[in-house]
Design a protein around this ligand. Structure first.
Ligand code: UDP
Ligand code: MG
Length: 329
């Protein structure tokens, strides 16, 4: 792949690093202090040992708590290492990551959640794989610590995704991942408005691999994913990488039409031979409702794809930055 000119490379202040750690933040005032302490400790040790450099990019995804103020103190502590992108509102975790991807300076990019469910101490393990020549290091949560609903729902979604796309990911929901700069630059260039970054990165990778990482309880606060947000992300995942949902529907449509056609012919024959009958009214109703349901679902799925075309043709960026702190100010 050709190396693309990124906004960061074009800036006179741009400085190449070895690693960029990208962390999306939404109301994480309680987790932030522990995260910052543990993350800088791990990275300071690792970069000292290997004579490398790193930066941390926080995207504040419209937090309503003190997260921004806390992030600004981190920037003041380490102005050459910390960057903060403040969003104008809450645009979602994946948009937060995308915004950071547009300005990364590292050769390798590591994604981390702020709640410490994936311990930062696992980062060197990912980097070891990168050093072995892999350009995408996924992760599998070892002993997942989420409630049963999340765990089972995500298993089912994982199954469906592996059936309808050719993306090989054991644990799609685990965000602790490392990507090569080529992959990240390409994702930033694509400007997708509703996407699932680990899956998109996978489709762009040359040599992907996966490792097991520890999974812990959230250190503080509650999950920032409401049921609605989870549903959105799942739908994005299904429709971003495959048109199989649409094809299944078309296929079902044909089958249903075929059998309803037979039914109509049969009823017509009875009408001619036996004469008019009032029985079976409810059967007819149920068939009608069934068809109406199918039509509605179909329109919904079509709408989903149309929406996608609309969003990508409108060239909207999907987020608005209010303020940035750090080298690309
Ligand atoms: N997050 C975000 N915007 C959102 C929701 C979440 O930036 O709208 C961030 C959040 O601060 C955290 C990460 O995304 O760093 C994952 O969120 P969370 O841990 O709540 O998700 P879960 O572990 O429940 O899937
Ligand atoms: Mg979490």
């Amino acid at each position: 792949m050709v190396k693309k000119q990124t906004p960061s490379a074009a800036s006179p202040l741009a400085k190449e690093r070895d690693f960029s750690i990208v962390v999306p933040i939404y109301n994480e005032e309680e987790s932030l202090p522990i995260l910052f302490e543990r993350l800088t400790k791990v990275m300071d040790d690792y970069t000292k040992k290997t004579s490398t450099t790193y930066e941390i990019i926080f995207t504040n995804d419209g937090s309503k708590d003190r997260s921004q103020a806390i992030l600004e103190t981190y920037y003041k502590q380490r102005p050459h290492q910390v960057r903060v992108i403040e969003f104008n509102g809450n645009y979602g975790q994946h948009m937060a990551i995308l915004a950071a991807f547009e300005t990364v300076q590292g050769k390798t990019i590591i994604n981390l959640d702020a709640d410490l469910q994936n311990p930062p101490e696992e980062i060197p393990k990912l980097l070891e794989k990168i050093n072995q020549g892999y350009d995408y290091v996924g992760s599998i949560r070892d002993g997942r610590k989420d409630n049963w609903f999340r765990t089972y729902a995500s298993r089912i979604i994982n199954k469906i995704r592996s059936m309808i796309t050719n993306i090989v990911m054991t644990d799609q929901g685990c965000m602790l991942r490392a990507y090569s700069r080529e992959i990240v630059d390409e994702i930033a260039r694509l400007h997708e408005t509703s996407t699932f970054i680990p899956a998109l990165a996978y489709t762009l990778s040359r040599q992907p691999t996966e490792i097991l990482v520890r999974h812990e309880e959230r250190v503080a606060g509650v999950s920032k994913y409401s049921f609605y947000k989870l549903f959105r992300v799942t739908f994005d995942l299904a429709t971003s990488f495959s048109i199989v949902p649409l094809q299944i529907f078309t296929f079902l449509g044909f089958i249903v039409s075929f059998f309803s056609g037979l039914l109509v012919a049969y009823l017509l024959l009875r009408r001619l031979i036996i004469g008019p009958e009032a029985e079976g009214l409810f059967t007819l109703f149920s068939i009608l409702y069934f068809l109406a349901g199918m039509i509605l679902a179909g329109i919904g799925i079509m709408g989903e794809y149309l929406g996608r075309i609309f969003l990508s043709s409108s060239k909207r960026r999907g987020f608005l930055v209010r303020k940035t702190l750090g080298q690309n100010d």
